[in-house]
Design a protein around this ligand. Structure first.
Ligand SMILES: [Zn+2]
Length: 466
């Protein structure tokens, strides 16, 4: 559809020529204003609006006769401090445009939901994907009391996540007519889809090289396992102590850092993740260069993807710790900061997207998302996400994508929605073919008829994909 004929226009939400920093921190007025803009479009499309106890917002529309399948699309609108325009909102606007397209096509039988997941970025409260974690019951209302606005804390002010969610809900009740308050916007949906910018340049480079439209199909959404550790050594003269007798905790931290990096590189090759030491410091050093410090500490970020687990990461760390102890005779104690497991996305949805991309002549690449995403938590029977090409990384004002890339995502989602929401028709047909196969074994007379049916089936699927 032409941009100007649309109710949901990209230019209403993005300024493709601007590099202005975005400060739409979760639950702030800037974020809420943007949300109201999205909600207005949902209402223009005829969607009913609900908000839940985490501040997740959902627009719902039922299409067709007695629809039963629920199909949720969405992402987040909050940003980091001085972030860019596209990380988050792209997925929400693609969801809106897909919904508009499905309403126009009049052939869909399903319940469409456009979702703005609350507080995806950890910048303000130190916890990411608050809304989707709440939906998957990994965070409760009580937990919201345990997180504080970090900047306010620096000023000596206490602002809890809970109080900000409550304020946001009040704001939205005031600014959106007919908004309904619910416990959760949904318990589980049949299908969940999210579009997001890549947050790195690999797809952009591929698209530039081939000059063709390109998307990434996400086969696994990463999760972080993080730990801090403390090393106790022995303070002493850095000149007089022989090398063999030194128990220098700084040596231990350096050694562990290199070993973890090696592990991260191995994982990357094997499709299991990445890992690096991010913080290292000594404790009680006097700032002098002739004394070995008594203690040191480090912190490691293990990014897990595919089949990798927090248990495995901890086991690998303990092996490194063991080696470090043998080498430096320093005592190491560790503390887990956060655990998580990667989410494997639906193979069925991913292969349907592959087929759609082939039909639409869009190049696709199967890839993991190393950063965590709402899709990792959204409770859905089948879920997946796609990346669109972007440049200049993300979480900075220069992050950038194109209208065409967003348009491609909308096309892919529309074809997938159409395919899934008239799926029963295909399933019925599949049964026919199977029963024909049975008959076929008994008698060869059926053969030509069956082949005709298969051609018909293929034609029908092609039509649906189109
Ligand atoms: Zn994001």
């Amino acid at each position: 559809m032409k941009e100007n004929d649309r109710i949901v226009k990209l230019q209403d939400f993005f300024n493709f020529d601007s590099k202005e920093p975005i400060n739409r921190l979760a639950y702030t007025e800037a974020d809420l204003e943007y949300k109201v803009k999205v909600i207005n479009k949902m209402q223009e499309l005829g969607m009913k609006i609900t908000i839940d106890k985490a501040g997740n917002i959902c627009g719902t529309i039922e299409l067709g006769n007695n629809p039963t399948k629920t199909f949720a699309m969405g992402s987040h609108t909050d940003s980091v401090y001085n972030g860019g325009q596209y990380d988050g909102p792209v997925g929400v606007i693609v969801a809106l445009q897909t919904t508009e397209e499905m309403i126009r096509r009049k052939n869909c039988n399903g319940i469409l939901k456009v979702v703005i997941y609350a507080c995806e970025e950890s910048s303000r409260f130190g916890n990411a994907c608050v809304g989707s974690k709440y939906l998957s019951k990994k965070l409760s209302e009580d937990d919201f009391e345990k997180y504080f606005d970090k900047k306010a804390q620096e000023r000596g002010e206490i602002i809890t996540l809970k109080s900000e969610i409550d304020k946001a809900r009040e704001y939205l009740k005031e600014h959106v007519r007919g908004i309904e308050e619910v416990e959760r916007i949904f318990d589980e949906v049949d299908y969940s889809l999210e579009a997001h910018i890549e947050q790195y340049e690999s797809l952009y480079k591929k698209a530039k090289k081939t000059g063709e439209p390109t998307i990434g199909i996400i086969d696994s959404v990463g999760s972080a396992f993080r730990l801090k550790y403390n090393v106790k050594g022995e303070t002493n003269h850095s000149g007089s102590t022989p090398m063999k007798k030194r128990r220098n905790p700084a040596d231990t931290v350096g050694y562990i850092g290199l070993k973890v990096r090696k592990l991260g590189k191995k994982w990357e090759k094997e499709g299991l993740g990445r890992a690096s030491q991010l913080i290292m410091s000594t404790i009680d050093d006097k700032g002098s260069l002739n004394q070995i410090a008594p203690e040191a500490r480090g912190a490691i970020d293990f990014r897990l993807i595919g089949e990798n687990t927090s248990e495995n990461a901890l086991e690998e760390f303990r092996k490194i710790k063991e080696k470090a102890y043998k080498k430096f005779k320093t005592e190491i104690t560790e503390e887990t900061v956060s655990t998580g497991s990667p989410a494997i996305t639906s193979k069925k949805l991913n292969s349907k997207i592959e087929g759609i991309c082939e039909e639409l002549n869009i190049n696709y690449y199967k890839m993991p998302s190393y950063p965590g995403q709402d899709t990792g938590y959204i409770p859905a029977r089948k879920k997946t996400m796609i990346f669109i090409p972007s440049t200049e990384g993300s979480h900075n004002p220069n992050e950038s994508t194109t209208k065409e890339s967003i348009e491609n995502a909308t096309q892919v989602f529309t074809c997938l929605a159409e395919d899934l929401l008239i799926e029963r028709k295909i399933d019925k047909f599949k049964v026919d073919v199977n029963s024909l196969n049975q008959e076929d074994k008994q008698s060869n007379k059926n053969k030509p008829k069956q082949q005709d049916k298969k051609v018909e089936l293929k034609k029908e699927i092609m039509n649906i994909v189109r």
